[in-house]
Every structure is written in structure tokens, then in C-alpha cells.
Design a protein around this ligand. Sequence first.
Ligand SMILES: [Fe+2]
Ligand SMILES: [Fe+2]
Length: 147
Amino acid sequence: MQTQSINQHYTEDHQRLDDLFHEFQELKATDRRKAERLFHEFKTGLERHIVWEERILFQAFEEKFTHLQSGPTAVMRLEHQEIRRHLDAIAGKLTEENFETSEDEHALETVLCPHNHKEEGILYPMMDHVFSEQERNEMFLKMNHKR
Ligand SMILES: [Fe+2]
Ligand SMILES: [Fe+2]
């Protein structure tokens, strides 16, 4: 069995989540129920993606490179906190039937887009390079258990 590439797997998940978010934005004005469902799917998907990164990928990376404790993964973790804040802000408004979320959406995209680019361009390729095939297989197994 060919070991999956971290970069490919996680980049595909970024794309899938981006599509859900854009669909939510497009439907907001015409079909609120569906838009809300799409946002919920996007939010839970992105939160799961972040949990996989923090508890599996980043943790393994930090264990391997203890001297890099305040390195690239620390920055990504801080950005995750900001991403989560914006997700909660939008979700909070939708719960109150308030669809005036454009500013929060913009704020989310301002953090999320460059964040994803950094992961895809630097961090994921670095991880594919430093982890052995066996280590990567173990990570994918763990991800399947945390679905
Ligand atoms: Fe991330
Ligand atoms: Fe990511």
C-alpha cells in the first residue's frame, strides 16, 4: 500500500472546506436554512482538521524537534485560536438568526487563507520529508480513529 502524502491529504481537506464556506456565502441571501447547514458542516470539518493537526501532526513534529518548540507549529497553533474565535463569532450570530456575518467572514478569511498557504507551502512538505513512511502510516491510522 502506498503511504499517503500529508500534503496531499490536508490540502484536499482545505479545498473541500473552502468549497463549503463559499457555498455558505453564496446561499446566505437566498436559502438561509441550507446556508446554515453548510456553515455547520464547514465549522465542524475545520475544527476536526485543526484537532488532527494539533494532536497528531504538530505533536509528532514537536516531539521529533524539541529544539524547535517555539518554531513553525507554535505560530500555527496561535493562528488556530484566532480561526476558532471567528468561527464561534459567526456561529453565534447564526444561532440568533443574524446573517450579517460578512465582516466576520472577511476576518476569518484574512487569517485562514495565508494560514493554509503556509501549511501547504512549507509545513506539510516539511512533514512529508521528515517523517518515515511508517510514522506517516501511524498518523493516518490515528486520524481515522478521531473522525
Ligand atoms: Fe492549520
Ligand atoms: Fe490545515
